[in-house]
Structure formats: C-alpha cells, structure tokens
Design a protein around this ligand. Structure first.
Ligand SMILES: [Zn+2]
Length: 121
C-alpha cells in the first residue's frame, strides 16, 4: 500500500495495514498488526495540531473570495465555522495520521519514552 493511500485509509505508518483510529475520535495505543506504539511520549500528538490548523485553514480558504463578491460578511464567518465544527472528527483523525506518518518518516526507530509506562490521554 502506497504512502498516500495509507494516509487516506488512516493506516499505520510502519506496516500500512493496521488502522490508527478506533471509533470516531479515539486513537489506538498501538498498531494491531505490527505492534508499533503510536503515542511515543506524553503530549506526542501536540504536533498533530499543526496538521489540524493547516487542514482547517485550507478547507475553509475558499470562503475568503466571497467577501469580495458581496456576500454578507456574517455568512462568510458563520458558514465556515459551521463547516469546521462538522468536520472536527475528520480533522482530528487525519491530523493524527499525518503527524504519525511525518514523524515515522523522519524518526522511524524511536522507541516509546518509558517502556511499560501506561500512556494516558
Ligand atoms: Zn503497523
């Protein structure tokens, strides 16, 4: 499975077979296929916020030209806000998957900070 297809299907960055998510808003602790620990350290997914910011910004950018086309400015604020609220589960999941793949690409062999330590959050 190619990299892009693995990201689209939200699969493990190492084996590209195991699902990253479980349910709507839950990230698995580790890959059910290869055993890769997804959360390497406390606060590991803070980096996923950058992907979420970018994804949210890019997905609502098309509203900006509406300001210059005479559309009510309140609509230009309200409708993208509603869109962002609706797409929260998609943004959340893909931001983490993109972060996992980026991190695994640049640091594939990093081990969890403290083996045996239960990861929270
Ligand atoms: Zn895996």
């Amino acid at each position: 499975m190619g990299l892009i297809w693995a990201v689209i299907r939200q699969r493990c960055p190492r084996c590209r077979k195991g699902p990253v998510s479980q349910g709507l808003m839950t990230t698995r602790e580790q890959c059910p296929v290869c055993g890769l620990v997804y959360r390497r350290d406390y606060g590991y997914f803070v980096g996923a916020m950058y992907a979420a910011y970018f994804f949210s910004f890019a997905s609502t950018l098309y509203w900006l030209p509406m300001l210059f086309l005479g559309v009510n400015p309140w609509l230009v604020v309200a409708l993208p806000t509603i869109q962002l609220i609706i797409q929260v589960p998609i943004t959340f999941r893909y931001a983490r998957v993109i972060w996992l793949h980026l991190d695994h690409r640049f640091d594939p062999e990093a081990l969890p900070h403290a083996a045996g330590t239960e990861m929270l959050g």
